[in-house]
Design a protein around this ligand. Structure first.
Ligand SMILES: [Fe+2]
Ligand SMILES: [Fe+2]
Length: 178
């Protein structure tokens, strides 16, 4: 706890800044952190599970889709798999920054994921399953961003970036629907 003392002109709370120089075990989390850290970590772990399931679904689609004419679609599946992996990495990194534990437990992955896995055999069903999953991801990120509001700008900024890419993914899948 510190005594709040604002500089008359800048509006900067110098006591809070000095307090931030202490408690080194908290890493990037300072006393001024406005969000409920446990709640944010739980949200991020839900998103992490979702991204990991999306990686698995797109990878499966990439490896099992057949047909010479489907080369460009397969390439799109692979690219999305790689981008979902990058999102998973960003989320895990942020959880650790917030002193949380990223949950990679495969046993509970599908229950914790917002989006679903899919093992369809034909390419149009795959595209449709991906479009559904992307729309689910977009809505879940939208809700997370709304919930976070201004309480954790770094997490919010990261989620806005991820959501923008999910919107591109949804658009890509819709373009591929026959
Ligand atoms: Fe993603
Ligand atoms: Fe996506």
């Amino acid at each position: 706890m510190h005594e709040s003392k604002k500089e008359p002109h800048s509006g900067i709370d110098t006591a809070a800044i000095r307090a931030a120089a202490k408690n080194l075990d908290d890493g990037s989390v300072t006393a001024g952190y406005q969000a409920d850290r446990h709640e944010i970590i739980a949200l991020l772990n839900g998103a992490l599970a979702t991204e990991l399931v999306c990686v698995l679904r797109y990878k499966r689609h990439y490896y099992t889709a057949t047909g010479l004419q489907n080369g460009p679609i397969k390439a799109e599946f692979l690219q999305h798999a790689q981008e979902e992996q990058a999102h998973a990495d960003q989320l895990a990194e942020r959880i650790v920054q917030l002193n949380g534990k990223p949950d990679f437990n495969p046993a509970s992955l599908i229950e914790r994921s917002h989006a679903e896995y899919d093992d369809s055999e034909n390419i149009q069903s795959m595209i449709k399953a991906n479009l559904i999953a992307e729309r689910v991801a977009i809505e879940s990120y939208r809700q997370m961003i709304e919930k976070i509001g201004e309480t954790d700008p770094t997490t919010r900024h990261m989620l806005v970036g991820i959501m923008a890419m999910e919107e591109e993914h949804a658009d890509d899948m819709r373009d591929l629907l026959a």
